[in-house]
Design a protein. Structure first.
Length: 175
């Protein structure tokens, strides 16, 4: 319960501008940490607390290797490990969260094909990502605003806490 209150306070405070981040990447990293906390992870994907919660980055790294510095708090008793991936085949059996960089936009259909039936929270940052069944999509550069595709999360059998959905904003391309 305390985690939910903390997460709710974080999301509400961020929406009202009470948190100050050095840049959009630090803000997005904070959101990734909260998304990890607010997903109901199946025990077969995240059971043993000796195993890490793996946050993968597919494609170019917008955090320039700094994401691990930001994701330094355990999630449900698991240490968080950040791993860069060159291919979705390498990530699909290991990552719990996969940030799909805009550098992979041309490969998105192939990427989602490999991730079908995998319980991986996908996060991206392009309009095409959202259209092609990405789960959480950050909007314009310079902001941590995001939209959520609850259907994609449901298909992957990853229940999202209502706080994630409630704090989401309509995608600018849907207006």
């Amino acid at each position: 319960m305390r985690c939910l209150i903390t997460a709710a306070a974080f999301l509400v405070s961020q929406a009202t501008g009470q948190f100050v981040f050095r840049d959009e990447f630090e803000a997005r990293a904070a959101y990734l940490q909260e998304f990890a906390r607010l997903v109901e992870w199946p025990t077969n994907r995240l059971g043993d607390t000796n195993l890490p919660l793996v946050v993968g980055i597919l494609g170019s790294d917008p955090w320039k290797g700094r994401l691990a510095e930001y994701l330094n708090k355990p999630v449900h008793g698991h240490r968080v490990e950040v791993k860069p991936y060159r291919s979705v085949q390498d990530a699909k059996d290991e990552a719990h969260i996969l940030f799909i960089s805009s550098s992979e936009e041309r490969k998105l259909q192939q990427v989602f094909g490999h991730l079908r039936q995998k319980r991986i929270l996908t996060i991206g940052e392009t309009k095409r990502f959202a259209i092609l069944q990405g789960m959480i999509c950050f909007h314009t550069p310079g902001t941590p605003d995001y939209s959520v595709n609850t259907n994609a999360a449901a298909q992957a059998k990853l229940p999202l806490d209502p706080l994630i959905v409630q704090a989401a904003k309509p995608a600018p391309w849907d207006k």
